[in-house]
Design a protein. Structure first.
Length: 489
C-alpha cells in the first residue's frame, strides 16, 4: 500500500510535522469508523504551495468499519478529484467546519450519506475526512447505535478543533482495543451513562452483579480489583475518572480487563469520556505461563551447570588418586572441556532470553585457560572485535572449539617461547569467524590436521564441521601459528 508521503509527493506542500499528524490520525481512526458505522476517506488538498488555491484533492487513506458493511466495493486510495466536483469536501477545507445534514446521494443501489470533517493542526486545515454511511441503516437506530454516533460526533468535533488525535498517545494506543470488544461512556463526573453488552459481560466475569449505568466507573473497578502493593501506582478511582488519557488494567481471580480512557473535549472543556475495554484474561494467563516457562528454563540451565561442576570436581578427585601421568592429563583435559560447557549454561541461566552473550563466555574461557598455563605471568592476551549473542546450538560447540584452540596454543605453541596470544572476532549478517594467533614455535613440518592423532584437534575439527557447519584452518606463520574457525549464521 502506498504511503501518505508518496501520495502527496509534488502534489502538496505539507511539511513533515503535518504529515506526521495525518499518520497519527490514520493510526487511530478504526475507532472513528466503527463508532460511526461508516467508511472514512482522508483527502489532502492539491496545491503548489501554501498560498495557492487548491486545484482539487487526493485520497491518501481509506478505512472500512468493522461494525457495518462497507459502502465502497473498491479502494479509493490515490484517486484525485478536481475542485468543485465534491462541494462538501471543498467547503470543509475552506470553511474549517464540519459539513453534515446533507441529502444522501444514490451510489448504485445504495443511498449514501456523506459528511466532511476538517483535520486541523496548529490552527490550520491540512486535510479533510469524508464519512460515508448507508442512509437506509440510519432510520431506526438502536440505543447502542445512538450512543456510538454521539461519541463519534464528539470525536469528529475534536478532529476539527485539533484536539484529536491525542498528543503523545502512541504508547497508550498500542494495541488499541476495538470498539466491538467493549465500550463505556462516561459523563463529566466519571459516571457511566452507557455500557455496551460486551462491556457488561466483561465486568460480569470479574464478579459485578448489577447494571453498570449510574455507577462511577472508578468505584466499580476499585471494588472488583485485587489489592495493589505498589504505593506509587495511581488508584483506579482516579485513573478511571475520565479526566485524563489513561490505560488501566482491572484484575482479580475472575479475569483481567484492559481499559483505555479517552477524555472528550469541546471548546477546551471536558464533557465526558469514552472508555474502550478488552477482556485480556487469556492473554495475561499466557503471559504468566511464558514467564514461568522462562524461569523454568533458566533454572534448568543453572542445575545443568551445577551438575557439570560436580562432575568436574569428581574427576579432579579421581585424577589426584591416579599415578599414571597420561591418565592424569586425560582427566584434566576432560575437566577443562566440561568447564567450557558449564560456562555456557551459566550464561544461559542468567539470560533473560534463550541466547548466549558469547563475548562474556569468551572472556571466561580465556581466563580459565590462562590460569592453567605454567607461563601465565609471562603471556599477554589481546582481544579484537566482538561476537555478540549466539543461539545455544552454536555457542556450546563454539565454546569447546575455542577452549581447545586456546589450550593448544598455550600448551604447544607458547610452552617454551613466545609471549602473546591474539584473538580476533568478526561477525557479519551471514557468518562469524574467530582467529587465534600466537607467536610461538609454530606447527611441525609436514603437519596435516586430518592425520593428526591429537584428541583436542580431532574434537575441534568434528565440532566445526558437524555442529557449526563451518571450516577450520590451522597454519604456520613466520611468527607462530594461526588457527581460524569460520561458520555461517
Amino acid at each position: 500500500m502506498a504511503r501518505i508521503e508518496d501520495l502527496i509527493a509534488k502534489r502538496s506542500p505539507l511539511n513533515s510535522e503535518q504529515v506526521h499528524r495525518l499518520h497519527e490520525l490514520t493510526a487511530d481512526w478504526q475507532m472513528l469508523a466503527d463508532l460511526s458505522f461508516a467508511d472514512l476517506i482522508l483527502w489532502v488538498p492539491l496545491r503548489k504551495d501554501v498560498k495557492s488555491w487548491p486545484s482539487g484533492h487526493v485520497a491518501v487513506a481509506h478505512i472500512r468499519p468493522t461494525t457495518a458493511a462497507t459502502v465502497f466495493a473498491h479502494d479509493v486510495i490515490g484517486e484525485e478529484i478536481a475542485w468543485g466536483k465534491r462541494g462538501r469536501i471543498d467547503a470543509a477545507l475552506s470553511a474549517g467546519e464540519i459539513i453534515r445534514d446533507a441529502e444522501p446521494d444514490r451510489v448504485g443501489e445504495l443511498l449514501i450519506k456523506e459528511e466532511t470533517i476538517p483535520v486541523v493542526f496548529d490552527g490550520q486545515v491540512i486535510a479533510v475526512v469524508s464519512r460515508h454511511r448507508n442512509a437506509e441503516l440510519m432510520r431506526s437506530p438502536s440505543r447502542l447505535e445512538l450512543n456510538y454516533r454521539e461519541m463519534a460526533h464528539n470525536l469528529y468535533r475534536m478532529v476539527s478543533e485539533g484536539t484529536f488525535p491525542y498528543p503523545d498517545a502512541s504508547t497508550l494506543f498500542d494495541p488499541l482495543p476495538r470498539v466491538g470488544d467493549g465500550l463505556i461512556r462516561l459523563d463529566v463526573n466519571g459516571v457511566i451513562s452507557y455500557a455496551s453488552p460486551n462491556a457488561r459481560s466483561a465486568f460480569s466475569r470479574l464478579g459485578w452483579a448489577n447494571e453498570l449505568e449510574s455507577y462511577l466507573l472508578g468505584e466499580v473497578a476499585e471494588s472488583l480489583a485485587s489489592p495493589r502493593h505498589d504505593a506509587h501506582e495511581e488508584g483506579a478511582r482516579s485513573a478511571l475518572s475520565g479526566k485524563a488519557l489513561r490505560r488501566v488494567e482491572c484484575e482479580n481471580l475472575g479475569g483481567t480487563i484492559d481499559l483505555l480512557v479517552m477524555p472528550l473535549i469541546q471548546g477546551g472543556d471536558r464533557i465526558g469520556a469514552i472508555v474502550l475495554l478488552h477482556n485480556v484474561t487469556e492473554l495475561r494467563r499466557r503471559d504468566r505461563e511464558l514467564v514461568t516457562k522462562d524461569a523454568t528454563i533458566r533454572e534448568i540451565h543453572h542445575r545443568v551447570k551445577n551438575n557439570l561442576q560436580t562432575v568436574s570436581a569428581l574427576l579432579r578427585l579421581q585424577s589426584r588418586r591416579i599415578d599414571d601421568a597420561a591418565a592424569k592429563v586425560a582427566l584434566e583435559e576432560a575437566v577443562r572441556r566440561i568447564a567450557s560447557i558449564a560456562v555456557v549454561h551459566e550464561t544461559l541461566s542468567n539470560s533473560s532470553d534463550e541466547s548466549v552473550a558469547f563475548d562474556e563466555v569468551l572472556g571466561r574461557l580465556v581466563s580459565n585457560a590462562l590460569e592453567l598455563s605454567p607461563r601465565m605471568s609471562e603471556i599477554t592476551i589481546e582481544r579484537v572485535g566482538t561476537i555478540g549473542t549466539l543461539e545455544p546450538r552454536l555457542a556450546t560447540p563454539l565454546a569447546l572449539v575455542v577452549t581447545e584452540l586456546i589450550h593448544n596454543s598455550l600448551e604447544h605453541g607458547l610452552a617454551r617461547q613466545g609471549k602473546s596470544l591474539r584473538i580476533v572476532c568478526q561477525r557479519s549478517q551471514t557468518e562469524c569467524s574467530i582467529q587465534i594467533q600466537d607467536d610461538g614455535v609454530g606447527l611441525p613440518v609436514g603437519f596435516d590436521i586430518s592425520a593428526s592423532s591429537n584428541l583436542g584437534l580431532q574434537i575441534v575439527r568434528t565440532l566445526t564441521e558437524n555442529e557449526l557447519q563451518g571450516k577450520l584452518g590451522l597454519a604456520s606463520q613466520s611468527d607462530g601459528t594461526l588457527a581460524s574457525v569460520v561458520f555461517p549464521l
